[in-house]
Design a protein around this ligand. Structure first.
Ligand code: GLN
Length: 209
């Protein structure tokens, strides 16, 4: 496992209301970052970056409101803190969402249009090797778990990966990163593949300067 000597260690909050937050915390710990579970507004203080995990965007959104995190997160995004949304987290970050439930709370910040549950029943969950040039040449083995597709991106959005049929599945807009799949469970030849987490930590480092 490639550990990097981050000094000081980047403080990364992982929204821990529902979903796959523990797997993210584990990868961050393995990489030498200071990963922190975020459940309350005070947990958002002094962070260098935030991950919104996969899970159920409707539930995470509702709990964000209940726990008083929704407005503070929107403010933090406006201030430019790096945020990475995976799967449900990507849905929460996008400005426009098809198939959102009526009144579903969203952060609506990234200039993209996503379609919730885009892959229908047959391909609801699947795994595939993706070419992700910003991670290097080796393909990234991606797990899609009832994920969204990215249907449209604004002019300031960089497409990082597509499926073979051109469906967009990973994007970056400045300090915001979005993946329609689950890099926190990615493995190559039975080994965890932390390249997406490293990539996010490099965005965080570039903002910290
Ligand atoms: N289908 C879920 C949603 O709409 C996302 C699934 C996931 O995060 N793995 O929120």
């Amino acid at each position: 496992m490639a550990t990097q000597n981050y000094n000081p260690r980047p403080r990364i909050g992982v929204l821990a209301l529902q979903g796959d937050f523990e797997a993210h915390l584990k990868v961050l710990a393995e990489l030498g970052a200071d990963g922190r579970a975020v459940r309350l507004p005070e947990h958002l203080a002094e962070l260098d970056g935030i991950i919104i995990p996969g899970g159920e965007s409707t539930t995470i959104g509702k709990l964000m409101v209940v726990y008083g995190l929704h407005e503070i997160l929107q403010k933090k995004i406006q201030e430019g803190i790096p945020i990475w949304g995976t799967c449900a987290g990507l849905i929460l970050l996008s400005k426009e969402t098809d198939n959102a439930l009526a009144g579903q709370p969203l952060l609506a910040s990234m200039d993209i249009h996503v379609r919730r549950n885009a892959f229908g029943s047959q391909r609801e969950s699947f795994e595939t090797d993706l070419s992700v040039p910003v991670l290097g040449e080796a393909p990234f083995h991606a797990f899609f778990i009832r994920g969204p597709s990215i249907e449209w991106v604004g002019p300031g959005v960089e497409v990082l990966a597509t499926l073979d049929d051109e469906t967009i599945v990973a994007v970056r807009e400045g300090t915001l990163l979005g993946t329609a799949f689950h890099p926190e469970v990615a493995q190559t030849n039975g080994q965890r593949d932390p390249r997406f987490h490293h990539y996010f930590l490099r965005i965080v480092e570039s903002v910290k300067g």
